[in-house]
Design a binder for this molecule. Structure first.
Ligand code: AMP
Length: 553
């Protein structure tokens, strides 16, 4: 439905699913129990849905036997692995609230999150790369001035260690008593209960714990999978982090709802491992943030891999450049690939292109609003719904809206008004209801009173054949208030100069949008979930160019 105002409502058919994650797992076992549920290549693990559900039930019963009660918070701190997902389903099965901890966190962030939610148990990997998780937890417990609520420490793999239970021992010898306790706990659960807290990666400020229910995430996973044409027998390669909605909802739970196999190529993103996993496991679908697809396409051995099994998948999490989408379709065989847009607080997806959309729309828009959701675009200056076609802040409302930020009524009230989640993203809707993200509210550049949307310029720069990636931001300027700055990564072996880029811009875009500052880089400051940290880039420019915050230089 569309009107002359920027307001759209998604279809209401099929109806929402009113199950808990545990019930959905039972349904999956009944429907496709003998099919593969999970393949973790780097761990050499392969489980059918029936085997996976057994492991989940045993671990869930084990958690209850430790003395945990429904509603207790259980933190999970590990890179991608089978145990992460067993913990995800087991906590939901037992009504415990899983708290996802970013594997890149160090002790001060860990302490903040554990205290904020009062976590009673912690499940963590022993170590990964430069992070020794177990030692960090021990140091925190030893050195913390006030005691934490943590009572149970569970470690994935490695040798036995004092004070820690081994993951595979929890629930390993659970008996009928343990299982019947689990069944009676499960019978009391409601699908509107909180089961997950995700600390939003945020590009600024202290992390906030978006709290989600079974109903939030299961329905989102169902509609996401449906939109990308995921069906029984599909094999979805999941290189995105599980601790983020992209992995655990759009990956894991979408597979649960549609009978697809979750395939993990590696503990953390590695483009070569993704390409190998697709070839070896004959994956039919692949997810990724834009930078992951770029890294896969630019892998030196890209053409050696047989990716012909691929058909679909989603690019999401950050602006998806048209050129990259086109290459994913043309070179990676992902003819049905789509774009999804969302945020943790909305479980996550609210817009998605579907397999039925035209190619042009699939590569250049975020698609249409998801079923059962409402969206409006609000003029930030007036707070009124903007006319169709005018940019403004995107608001979403519906089943997918989080329950709130954990223990943060003020921040919840700031973000949610009358059930509307204020996303902070700037978007435009067209007459047919297709959306486009034009930037972040706080990233919009106002140069001499003219609004400049970084996204438009980024897409433009991307079209240059020698540019691999480009990000555009505003920096303070004495005369105009803000000036346009672009950070550009050139393709391998390109010797493109600043003058050549400016010349390229000159004939093609309005003068006021041509970057005043241009910087060549090899890497961008990024969050693990593929979001470029423009505040860090802005600060670098301010420091390097000696720009004062008041705009003088
Ligand atoms: P997170 O809560 O970490 O999932 O981050 C959500 C944010 O990612 C959104 O508010 C957007 O700024 C950004 N984002 C997600 N998907 C897209 C997309 N398809 N296009 C542009 N930005 C996106």
């Amino acid at each position: 439905m569309t009107s002359s105002l920027s307001y759209v409502v998604g279809p209401t058919d099929p109806p929402l699913i009113e199950q808990t994650i545990g019930q959905a797992l039972d349904t999956a076992v009944a429907r496709w129990g003998a099919r593969e549920a999970l393949v973790s290549i780097h761990q050499d693990v392969r489980l059918t849905w029936a085997e996976f559900a057994d492991a989940v039930d045993a671990f869930a019963a084990g958690l209850l036997e430790l003395g945990l009660d429904p509603g207790d918070r259980v933190a999970v701190w590990a890179p991608n692995c089978a145990e992460w997902t067993i913990a995800q389903f087991a906590t939901a099965r037992a009504g415990l609230i899983q708290v996802n901890i970013n594997p890149a966190y160090r002790t001060s962030e860990l302490e903040f999150t554990l205290r904020k939610v009062g976590a009673k148990a912690m499940i963590c990997a022993e170590s990964f790369k430069t992070s020794h998780y177990v030692e960090m937890v021990e140091a925190l417990l030893r050195e913390a001035e006030d005691p934490l609520a943590l009572r149970h420490l569970i470690k994935i793999g490695g040798d036995p260690r004092r004070g820690w239970l081994q993951f595979h021992d929890v629930g390993a010898d659970t008996n009928d008593g343990g299982r019947s306790r689990l069944a009676s706990v499960a019978a009391e659960l409601s699908n509107t209960d909180a089961i997950n807290i995700q600390f939003t990666s945020g590009t600024t400020g202290s992390p906030k714990g978006a709290t989600l229910s079974h109903r939030n995430v299961l329905n989102n996973a169902y509609f996401v999978g449906r939109g990308m044409g995921l069906v029984q027998g599909d094999r979805l390669c999941i290189p995105v982090p599980l601790y983020h909605c992209f992995g655990m909802v759009m990956g894991n739970l979408a597979c649960l709802m549609h009978g697809a196999t979750m395939v993990y190529p590696s503990a953390a993103f590695d483009p070569g491992a993704v390409l190998r996993a697709v070839e070896l496991e004959r994956c039919t679908a692949l997810h990724g943030v834009p930078t992951m697809f770029i890294a896969e396409l630019e892998h030196p051995e890209f053409y050696r891999f047989d990716l012909s099994s691929l058909r679909t998948g989603l690019m999401a999490g950050a602006p998806c450049p048209i050129e990259v989408m086109k290459k994913v379709i043309g070179r990676m065989h992902m003819r049905d690939v789509g774009i999804a847009y969302g945020m943790t607080e909305t479980s996550p997806v609210s817009f998605q292109t579907t397999v039925d959309d035209s190619l042009a729309r699939r590569v250049s828009t975020i698609g249409r609003v998801q079923p059962h959701l409402e969206v409006k675009i609000v003029d930030p200056a007036t707070g009124e719904t903007a006319p169709m076609g005018e940019p403004g802040e995107l608001y979403t409302r519906g089943y997918s809206t989080m329950l709130g930020y954990w223990d943060d009524p003020d921040k919840t009230a700031e973000a949610l008004r009358d059930g509307w989640m204020q996303t902070g993203d700037l978007a435009v809707l067209d007459e047919d209801g297709y959306g486009s993200i034009v930037g972040r509210l706080k990233d919009m550049i106002i140069r001499g009173g003219e609004n400049i949307y970084p996204r438009e310029l980024e897409d433009f720069l991307f079209q240059h054949p020698e540019i691999s990636e480009a990000y555009v931001l505003g920096v303070p300027d004495h005369k105009y208030g803000e000036e346009v700055c672009a950070w550009v990564k050139r393709r391998d072996r390109s010797d493109l100069t600043e003058e050549q880029i400016i010349d390229y811009c000159r004939d093609r875009i309005a003068r006021h949008k041509i970057p005043r500052y241009l910087r060549f880089v090899d890497d961008f400051p990024m969050t693990v979930t593929g979001k470029v940290q423009k505040f860090a880039m802005r600060q670098t420019m301010i420091d390097d160019l000696g720009l004062d915050l008041d705009g003088s230089s």
